[in-house]
Design a protein around this ligand. Structure first.
Ligand code: HEC
Length: 431
């Protein structure tokens, strides 16, 4: 039912006609109107960003606002630039896919081509679905210690250390970030710093006299040793972990919140972002957000991206089960199957495309995530509609491609800085 009003009226009319007597010619299609057809679609697919005070540069909440932008809307949806949705859904189906179907693109295009009629407000469908998602329960909110106003334009990446107040072992079962100033907060990643790594991050924080410290790719330090608690991008209502599972957080941990500020739609202003978590004191199964990369890439010269290369690429695949105990710091034993619920990919700005796959022991390859046009601004995690089981003998692969052919390009390798690169896969798994 959710999508029905998004279908082209032509299709609806054709379906109805097909049930009637076959002799009658189908009635002429109804003209597309803003209130009946366009507004509900724009509300569902664009509304999380194109609202007053949102991350998008203009709101699309009224007929007048939408009408004046109609040519740009047609161009942006036809070019698949909007809504931002990076994964190729043919790789595997994802939950909360916000991309437009080709019928929906046709509908918006026809509305614009037919002149952008307003129609009658009373035609608005009654059953517009409220935006779904959100955490069932908030048990803990952690905010930046103070407000911070970004100083670099257009982009600043800043890491803030947050104390973890729980004194017993706890498990995160749901995550959402709440940007303090949505017009400048582009994305947020919460990293979990285990107690034995805390001192390294405190040192990074102490070196910078302002609140927090500059960080770009990861939280600084050894990126392959810190797990994600969650990530947030505009439009995300939050992530709820599969029932009965949770990410373990030992007392004495810290959370490093990486906030990407973007000043292209709004001026710098103080922001105090927070995260909200659902917690459990015990779970049936541990969930782990597992970083996945080739440790050799992190070594000097280990991941060369030569100046001038149009398609430099690196691929790594490994039998996860043989390294499970090591990579999970002993939480999972080796040689057991794991269930994988979703995936993410992380490169920096030279990335052009990338993918994650399961190379089955049988020789088959199964797609987890394919980002055909990498865009650093719109990175995030994607939950599979159906979890995938990875068995001993299966290998998980991560592959990244970079275009380093711009004039004055320099040789690039792995690093934390804006002009360095990374190739980091990530997946959420349980045993
Ligand atoms: C996740 C947030 C988000 C969603 C969802 C979204 N937009 Fe955008 N939109 C943006 C941002 C941010 C920009 C500014 C340009 C950029 O950063 O890419 C933008 C820019 C645009 C532009 C100007 C493009 C240009 O050429 O500069 C148009 C038109 C547009 N959006 C239309 C839409 C429509 C129509 C939808 C829904 C079908 C939509 N957007 C959904 C965030 C979003």
């Amino acid at each position: 039912m959710k999508r029905l009003w998004g279908l082209s009226p032509i299709l609806a009319v054709t379906l109805l006609a097909a049930c009637g007597e076959s002799a009658k010619p189908p009635p002429a299609p109804l003209p597309i109107t803003y209130h009946r057809d366009v507004a509900p679609l724009v509300q569902e697919k664009c509304g999380s960003c194109h609202v007053e005070g949102g991350i998008a540069p203009f709101p699309l909440q009224t007929y007048a606002q939408t009408f004046v932008m109609r040519a740009a809307i047609k161009a942006a949806v036809q070019a698949h630039i909007m809504p931002p949705w990076m994964p190729d859904s043919e790789c595997t189906p994802y939950a909360q896919d916000r991309s437009l179907s080709s019928e929906q693109i046709d509908l918006l295009t026809r509305w614009v081509d037919e002149g952008g009629s307003e129609g009658d407000a009373s035609d608005a469908p009654a059953d517009v679905p409220p935006s779904s998602g959100g955490l069932p329960r908030v048990d803990l909110e952690l905010a930046m210690p103070e407000a911070y106003s970004p100083r670099q334009s257009p982009d600043e990446y800043r890491c803030f250390m947050l104390d973890w107040p729980q004194t017993d072992m706890s498990y995160v079962t749901g995550f959402v970030a709440k940007p303090g100033r949505p017009s400048i907060v582009h994305h947020i990643i919460a990293f979990l710093i285990p107690p034995d790594e805390v001192a390294n991050y405190q040192a990074l924080d102490a070196k910078d006299p302002e609140l927090g410290y500059t960080c770009f790719g990861g939280p600084g330090g050894n990126a392959s040793q810190v797990a994600w608690i969650g990530s947030w991008a505009p439009g995300s209502q939050g992530t709820v972990l599969p029932p009965g599972t949770g990410i373990q957080v030992p007392p004495g941990s810290k959370v490093v919140l990486q906030v990407h500020y973007n000043l292209s739609s709004a001026n710098a202003a103080p922001d105090r972002t927070s995260i909200a978590l659902s917690l459990a004191s015990s779970v049936d199964k541990l969930a782990i957000m597992q970083p996945w990369t080739n440790p050799a890439w992190l070594q000097p010269g280990g991941m060369p991206i030569p100046a001038g290369a149009q398609d430099a690429h690196h691929r790594f695949s490994f039998d996860l089960s043989s390294a499970l105990s090591y990579v999970t710091r002993g939480a999972f034993p080796n040689n057991v199957p794991v269930t994988v619920y979703g995936a993410a990919l992380h490169m920096h700005t030279l990335g052009s495309w990338g993918k994650m796959e399961i190379e089955r022991k049988t020789g088959a390859t199964e797609c987890m995530l394919r980002i055909p046009h990498w865009n650093f601004h719109w990175q995030g995690g994607y939950s599979f509609e159906q979890p995938k089981v990875v068995k001993p003998g299966d290998r998980i692969a991560v592959e990244c491609h970079w275009d380093n052919s711009l004039p004055n390009a320099k040789d690039v390798e792995w690093g934390e800085g804006t002009s360095d690169e990374m190739c980091l896969g990530m997946f959420l798994m349980t045993q």
